[in-house]
Design a protein around this ligand. Structure first.
Ligand code: GUN
Length: 281
């Protein structure tokens, strides 16, 4: 292996210790930072995610409320719950776990969250703040990727970053964050004719597609930094990313593993955003 590992568990541990310290400082001033997590329905993966989010709050001195609703909850009832949480002074961050059942307009629900409590960073106001470089909340997964680059002291100015994937949650905000740090950014997606020609030019590659082996060793410039946002199951049922880790680690300069890379960083940045929301309140 030539690449150095960027360890998301170790970095998370360090950042969560800082969160715990800041949370204690807030508590000493009589403010208990609080996160509300809203889950609608029985999606198995979502149940695991929300459990991990609530536990991370408990472990680091944040208050959390988990609201579980049946899958047939009406959109109006969910909007009413969001409104109640907007007005709840003990709650500083609101997270509605996605995906929502098909009869609910997820974007409408997200837009109902007060931008001041939008710790997921999915509200149009948060997206606009990121785009214009003003104060708002950054979506947790790309924010975590930026912290990973920062942790290795990587200077993005003048580098070429290639983002594979254009989702509102990862690809697009990731590209804006890299741009804000003065990288030259290319966004690739399913209609990009020659992905390899793009990635071979990249100093930094962020793979955020949700498909195994999107990035293989022949597509990576020696020494490049590779960040793997993917969370997939391989044929053996084992968790894997979008990157062919075994091959790419022989070419890359740095690489993030799956599991133990971006995954824990997403929850860590949710804690950071919640704390930030409480500090601003
Ligand atoms: N579903 C999968 N990832 C996320 C996330 O980061 N936030 C929310 N709200 N839902 C998700």
């Amino acid at each position: 292996m030539t690449a150095q590992l960027i360890d998301g568990n170790a970095l998370s541990k360090q950042l969560r210790a800082e969160v715990a310290q800041r949370a204690a400082a807030l508590r000493a001033r009589g403010i208990m930072p609080g996160l509300a997590v809203v889950l609608v329905g029985e999606n198995q993966a979502s149940q695991v995610y929300v459990r991990n989010k609530v536990k991370a709050c408990e472990d680091n001195g944040l208050h959390s409320v988990l609201e579980k609703h049946p899958a047939d909850l009406s959109e109006a009832a969910l909007l009413a719950r969001v409104e109640a949480l907007n007005n709840d002074p003990t709650i500083h961050g609101i997270l509605v776990q996605l995906p929502l059942p098909a009869h609910i307009d997820a974007q409408k629900v997200i837009e109902a969250i007060s931008p001041a409590k939008d710790v997921d960073g999915f509200h149009v106001a948060s997206a606009g703040a990121l785009m214009t470089g003003s104060a708002g909340f950054w979506p947790c997964t790309p924010y975590g990727c930026m912290k990973m680059l920062e942790s290795i002291g990587y200077e993005l100015r003048g580098k070429h970053a290639v983002v594979i994937g254009r989702s509102n949650i990862v690809g697009k905000p990731m590209a804006l964050m890299l741009l804000q740090k003065n990288a030259t950014v290319t966004i690739c997606h399913s209609a990009t004719p020659d992905l390899k020609a793009m990635t071979l030019q990249a100093d930094v590659i962020v793979a955020a597609v949700g498909k195994q082996n999107v990035l293989t060793a022949d597509m990576v410039k020696p020494g490049a930094v590779v960040i793997d946002v993917g969370m997939n199951r391989n044929a053996q049922g084992k968790l894997c990313g979008d990157v062919d880790f075994a091959g790419v680690k022989e070419v890359a300069g740095y690489i993030t593993p799956v599991p133990g890379g971006v995954g824990p960083m997403t929850i860590t940045m949710l804690l950071v955003n919640t704390l930030e929301a409480a500090e601003r309140s």
